[in-house]
Design a protein around this ligand. Sequence first.
Ligand code: MCA
Ligand code: AMP
Length: 507
Amino acid sequence: MNLARILSESSVVFGRKAAVLFRGRTYSFLDIDRSVAQYAGLLKHQGIGKGDRVAILLPKGMEFLFVHLANLALGAMTVPLNPAYTAEEIASFLSDSGASLLITDRERFAKIEIPAGKMKNIRTILTDGEGADASPSLLSGGGEIEGKDPRDYPAENDDGAMICYTSGTTGRSKGAVITHRNLVSNMKALQEAWAWTEADRLLHVLPLFHVHGLVVAMHGALHAGSTVIMHEAFDPVETLKTLEKEKITLFMAVPTIYHRLLHHWETGKPDLRAMRVFISGSAPLSKHLFKKFEETTGFRILERYGMTEAQMITSNPLNPDRRVPGSVGYPLPGVSLKILSPEGKTVVPGEVGEVWIKGDNVFKGYWNMPEKTAECLQGGWLQSGDLGYQDPDDAFRLYLVGRSKELIISGGYNIYPKEVESTLERHEAVDEAAVFGLPDEDFGERVSAAIVLKQGIPLVAPEELMAFAHQYLTGYKCPKKIFFLDSLPRNAMGKIEKEMLKRMFSP
Ligand code: MCA
Ligand code: AMP
């Protein structure tokens, strides 16, 4: 199985039906298939083939999708990058993945100034972006298929399809290698679980460089034959208008987006007669938000649980009455779960432990990090770092209660404190930094830092430290609040007590 081949086969089935509406232009399934073939021709001409890594650093648009599927069709792996990453972050992902090709636009290329040593062996293709008529530019200099379709699909099953970078507990990002089997099995499981069909119209407001927007929403829609109405970025007012105007049936978002939609609901109150299901994931959906959304809109949000390393893991049922606020639902078809105590013993339903996951959804490992892979993948079981319990009366239903990994989730983006701490500690005035999440109504959690300054150094303003962090880290990772302390609270082992910091500074 090769994901790009399967999606190409779907294109033939759905033919001239509208697949994606973007910036005023409609792309049929056949249009997309033809463009993917053309991009594959272009990439093949650049020597791209099985096992190569191709980094995509592009704003949200059709070109992102075409390059990604063309990569997969040639057996190459997509390395999707957030266009808002700093030069330093991009350089580290390019260097770690060993990408042989970077596809980006002139605007971003001008900003990234990648250190020469890190750019060794990487070629770059620059695009002019998608013009006013929304036509992807990369092909303007050629790329027509001459004769044979260049797609030869040499990768399949357990071959890598994507390398997705997730922040690391040690501060160094890890590249999760996602295989074709992972992508295809999860896509089919979701189609079944959410009764996803060609009658669906999906409003797409999420970024394309993460699993949620690209793998769950976009691959799923292309496979099911649905029509995607794609927005370049999330805008609450435009979203409310589009839900009604485009008779949307399917919407996928993170809790922050649902929270913002409710803020604007009264002004934009859409007619939702076509709507089938609102889906939420990537961060915990509070019971409060679930209930408020139901009271305001009449819809019970379907919450599901996922993780880059395991794609989608559990989902609440399609029957709205069987969705339970605070629960992430049942394992998807083909996914098994177990809940283990810190000693590695299976706990009884109702008792909290760490969630372990097994199935065709579980990734292959971290790129070039065999020790990190061995730590979290044991006998085919993936240690999630999430804490949860099974319903004592319905043992397959899962509730998440927290995390054993030190992770902050802000608006659906993950931040590992270590990365932010080491960045802040690069500032000449900072002796020590401790980074933690504080509750936030909009983002769920807000990145915050407690700082101990070096002795004898003139005081620095929090704004200066925030601006300093911004030079090296993309915006969502930067602290939104900084507190100064004379020393950090530590336990008897010398470990910083983050829970105490959270209590000290919680509003
Ligand atoms: C943007 N900013 C943020 C966040 N997003 N700060 C903290 N947390 C955030 N999530 C900052 C930017 O850095 C910038 O600040 C300022 O806010 C405005 O940026 P803008 O792009 O306009 O932001 P926004 O429109 O307000 O974005 C909010 C958002 C976005 C739409 C909720 O964060 C978003 O799309 N989140 C979804 C992420 C996602 O797809 N995650 C899935 C991961 P400055 O100017 O200072 O830089 S995959 C996953 O988790 C698994 C597999 C799963 O289960 O799905
Ligand atoms: P990522 O590394 O970006 O793929 O994020 C994966 C993590 O997001 C998971 O390990 C969970 O901690 C969290 N997550 C995803 N979906 C949910 C959910 N519905 N409820 C709570 N946490 C979630």
